[in-house]
Design a protein around this ligand. Structure first.
Ligand SMILES: [Zn+2]
Length: 227
């Protein structure tokens, strides 16, 4: 099973390691399992998300830091690269058609842009009525933007990226939520093409295999822009 997973990663992902040294990062933070994180990342800065223990889904949204209505567009990104999975070389497009960031390194090889975020409502519909009150990504996003206090609200929580999450599409077009193909220490790294606001929900989901039924911490790192 593990060999098959590695083979699949190698075929489907554009694997590339980064040359950036974590000791030289200007910002490092571990986001605990199930917690949100919101932070501005300047143009030219490099941003890495590390799946510390493997198989963790990292629900993520990006906004133009100067205009939150100009934000990551799943449709624009898929259309531009002609592929539904994100990996090295992917340019994350915004709703206004600008490139927010480019993925410059990826040691996992698969990141989802179709599966969306879990919510109290989807937990109830997909799993059981008593799951309604379980912690969910949509609530984490809302908590983070409320505390950020820059006028963002529910309407700013749009279709998100799920870094490290494996949601393959079958030949018939069905979405399937599969076991992750990420492993401890795998990472994805991006260069900010404009000043960006990053919003993360380190997914607390316990009802499907996106987190191997065990949410775990991830680390985010930022490096200064290169001269
Ligand atoms: Zn979630």
């Amino acid at each position: 099973m593990v060999t098959e997973q590695i083979a699949e990663t190698a075929i489907l992902g554009n694997l590339l390691e980064s040359k950036r040294n974590p000791d030289l990062a200007i910002y490092r933070k571990v986001i605990p399992a199930g917690e949100p994180w919101i932070h501005e990342i300047g143009k030219g800065q490099y941003f890495r998300i590390v799946d510390l223990q493997g198989n963790q889904a990292v629900d993520t949204l990006f906004y133009n830091a100067h205009d939150y209505s100009d934000r990551y567009s799943a449709q624009g990104t898929i259309q531009q690269q002609g592929n539904i999975y994100l990996t090295t070389g992917t340019k994350l497009s915004s709703t206004a058609g600008t490139t927010l960031r480019t993925i410059v390194a990826d040691t996992c090889g698969r990141h989802d842009t179709l599966g969306g975020a879990c919510s109290n409502e989807s937990n109830m519909v997909r799993y059981a009525i008593e799951k309604r009150h379980m912690h969910a990504c949509r609530s984490s996003f809302l908590k983070a933007v409320t505390e950020w206090d820059h006028g963002m609200s529910k309407r700013d929580i749009t279709a998100n990226i799920n870094f490290f999450m494996n949601v393959p599409v079958t030949p018939e077009g069905k979405l399937t939520f599969e076991d992750g193909i990420s492993e401890p220490g795998k990472y994805v790294e991006m260069c900010a093409e404009v000043d960006v606001l990053a919003l993360i929900s380190n997914c607390p989901q316990l009802n499907n295999p996106c987190n191997a039924f065990n949410p775990t911490p991830v680390e985010v790192l930022i490096w200064a822009a290169e001269p």
